[in-house]
Design a protein around this ligand. Structure first.
Ligand SMILES: Cc1ncc(C[n+]2csc(CCOP(=O)(O)OP(=O)(O)O)c2C)c(N)n1
Length: 692
């Protein structure tokens, strides 16, 4: 053999750093599970959604076996079962979850292909989502957390751990992909983008997702991104590329993108008959099947044909035993399905500061009222400052919150005090901000991101929604308690962009707690409870109250914390109950001047204090709800429904709502004042109800 041929032979020989028998065993197992589902469990209607991984399997197994870091984490998508198997997921859990049985990934709450795998002694699979692209930004957050643990907190055991995200060629067109790419490459995070290019997103060719169809080629000149690109069906090439890409990210602590071409050997899902592919395309795809190529590669170089066949048979037997065990699992008790929306005292396995052992200092509900009155901006800043000082896991980020101190000056001076790693500006991507926060929370940090204005949370809607459901859909295996601060509501003028409140949208998303403080003291108490808590919180900062004289209170103390779901009676009386929150509290108090009224400041909308409202209505027999948000579907509708349902016999007048009309906020102050409930109009409505 001449030298060149020898080198070529060496390159194509099985790399002896890889446990090829294990690779063969896992690919065989993945195929056996796919086959079992397709031939038996789907036709028997025991599995309702099935996504074959055939064709993607070998390369994924090669990737999974490289994820050896104790804190490595990967976030995949519905075709990622081979990867999961290679991380050590029990095939009984894999099939049991596919059948929606008790236990497994979600206790039957989520589709079996939407998985998660908390692993305290090796690589974990972060909770994946059904939405294509939603996996990217949380993985960037995980990678950033690895860097934070290692570099900022000096925990060397995190110094080589990485985040790995899996996505198809269709997913590279998603907002999440671009948001995460920007985050990872601007901040140089140890993150691998692993793109499985099978040429189709369901039926849409990859040329529609990225020009020319090759995302790796298109990103060749992207700064701070190492590119690896090749054939995911060729065992030698795929193994080399996977090893090179993973080691690059691990050693260089920088992002990389690895694109591997693979065939999708079945329809997108079991139901998909692939009529959009020509026979020729299907034939060519089967020609690329990595399994016979793996056999050719390993037999006889690594194993005999008998050993290969034995591996295949063992996989079939294992799959069959797993099926029996999975089928023996019952469905979960239906009554348990309402559990784990919020933390109920039973600790999640991963995510949040609490599994990491953080114990909050003792708190008090007694405010210290002796100090000078400070505005809400200062009160919030002081609370953030204190919580950052006592807990090194707290991190803050958002648009302009660094040197500028935020457009409302809430974070002024905090970067200077705590450093750029703990308080930092982000790229202008709300999906990036919230998704990254989710990944950081999953990795044990306490992210307190800022959304510049409530309306600008919209680009992050998917991440917000998915964050709220993590605890429930993983059956308490994971939780991502993040505290999202966002200002909103009218100010000296209005407009459709900066003045929206729409807090009710968050109340309607399972898993989120929602705080709407009206004054500096409550803001301190609720923010502290949020940061020390174990659930995601939307912390709404009303623009009109941030520097309002009425909202100024004494700083209530470093351990003052308020429980959620406990309203405050800011005035007490006998003739009418006025329920409100946020900027309307001050106006309701003014309007109730000279009247015997209970004014109830709800302070939190999720949970909300029904008991306080019902007890007050039982006393006053009248109920007025005042809020700034629009009337139709506003939170007042919920309160009115509960009062009508639970206090019907107590009422001497109809439950009444005074709100903005169903219009966006108007800019001109005259138009705005007409729309937002004013003290005069509240007083008028009170008088009408008292006379009813
Ligand atoms: C945000 C979102 N839009 C649409 C869908 C429906 N959908 C599911 S998979 C898919 C195609 C994804 O293709 P690709 O990323 O290439 O992965 P592949 O299935 O080819 O492995 C689509 C459109 C979805 N799940 N999420």
């Amino acid at each position: 053999m001449d030298q060149l041929a020898a080198r070529k032979h060496e390159r194509n020989a099985p790399d002896d750093r890889i446990d090829w028998r294990k690779i063969a065993r896992l690919v065989h197992l993945s195929r056996a599970l796919d086959e079992l589902e397709e031939k038996r469990l789907v036709p028997e209607k025991k599995v309702l959604y099935q996504f074959s991984a055939r064709g993607h399997d070998m390369a994924q197994v090669l990737l999974g076996t490289q994820l050896t870091g104790r804190h490595d984490a990967t976030c995949g998508y519905y075709r990622s079962r081979p990867l999961l198997l290679s991380l050590g997921v029990d095939p009984v859990d894999a099939l049991g979850s596919a059948m929606g049985r008790a236990g497994g990934y979600s206790d039957g709450r989520d589709i079996g292909v939407v998985f998660n795998y908390p692993n305290l002694s090796g690589a974990s699979a972060l909770p994946m989502c059904g939405g294509v692209g939603a996996q990217y930004t949380p993985t960037a957050g995980w990678a950033q957390a690895m860097k934070y643990h290692a570099d900022t907190l000096g925990r060397k055991e995190y110094a080589t751990d990485i985040g790995v995200v899996l996505g198809g060629d269709g997913s590279v067109a998603s907002n999440g992909f671009w948001a995460a790419l920007t985050v990872a490459t601007t901040q140089e995070l140890p993150m691998l983008f692993y793109i499985e290019d099978n040429g189709f997103g369901i039926s849409v060719p990859s040329t529609v997702q990225t020009p020319g169809g090759n995302i790796a080629a298109n990103l060749a000149s992207w700064k701070n991104l190492a590119i690896f690109d090749g054939d995911g069906c060729d065992p030698a090439e795929a193994a080399r590329l996977v090893q090179d890409a993973v080691s690059f990210v691990r050693e260089e602590r920088k992002p990389a993108l690895l694109r591997l071409t693979v065939p999708r050997l079945q329809g997108h899902s079991f139901q998909d008959t692939q009529t959009y592919k020509s026979e020729e395309t299907v034939r060519r795809e089967w020609e690329r099947d990595p399994l016979p190529r793996l056999k050719e590669f390993l037999v006889p170089a690594v194993m005999t044909v008998e050993e290969w066949e034995a591996s295949e048979n063992a996989a079939r037997e294992l799959a069959e035993r797993a099926r029996e065990a999975a089928e023996a699992r019952p469905a979960a008790d239906p009554a348990s399905v309402t559990r784990h929306v919020f933390f109920d005292g039973e600790m999640q396995t991963m995510g949040g500061q609490h599994p990491g052992g953080y114990a909050s200092p003792a708190t008090s509900q007694e405010p210290d009222t002796s100090g000078p009155r400070i505005n809400m901006v200062t009160a919030i800043r002081r609370t953030l400052d204190h919580e950052m000082a006592i807990n090194e896991r707290v991190v803050m980020f958002g648009e302009d919150i660094g040197p500028k101190g935020g457009v409302h000056a809430v974070t002024l001076g905090l970067q200077e005090k705590f450093g750029k790693e703990r308080v930092f500006d982000t790229s202008l991507s709300e999906e990036g901000i919230i998704g990254r926060a989710v990944g950081m929370a999953l990795a044990g940090l306490v992210p307190v991101p800022e959304i510049q204005f409530r309306k600008y949370a919209e680009p992050a809607t998917e991440q917000l929604n998915d964050c709220g459901t993590i605890r429930w859909r993983t059956n308490n295996r994971f939780a991502a308690p993040v505290v999202v601060r966002m200002p909103g509501g009218f100010f000296k003028c209005g407009d459709p962009w900066h003045s929206q409140t729409n807090e009710v949208a968050f109340v309607h998303q399972p898993g989120w707690k929602v705080a709407v403080p009206s004054n500096a003291e409550d803001a301190v108490g609720l923010l502290r409870t949020s940061i020390r808590g174990n659930d995601p919180v939307i912390f709404f900062e009303h623009r009109a109250m941030l520097d309002h004289a009425w909202a100024r209170r004494a700083y209530p103390g470093d351990n003052f914390a308020l429980p959620f779901g406990e309203a405050k009676l800011t005035r007490t009386g006998t003739d009418i109950t006025i329920v409100t929150w946020g900027a309307m509290v001050q106006r309701c108090e003014e309007a109730a001047e000279g009247i015997s009224a209970d004014v109830i400041d709800l302070r939190t909308l999720m949970p909300w204090d029904r008991e306080a409202v019902l007890a007050s209505v039982a006393k006053t027999h009248r109920c007025l709800i005042v809020h700034e948000d629009l009337e139709t579907g506003g939170f007042g509708a919920e309160i009115a429904a509960v009062v009508a349902d639970k206090a019907f016999m107590d009422l001497d007048a109809p439950v009444s709502r005074l709100t903005m009309p169903d219009i966006p906020s108007a800019h001109n102050p005259i138009l705005l004042d007409w729309a937002v409930p004013s003290t005069e109009r509240i007083a008028k409505r009170i008088a009408e109800l008292l006379e009813f």
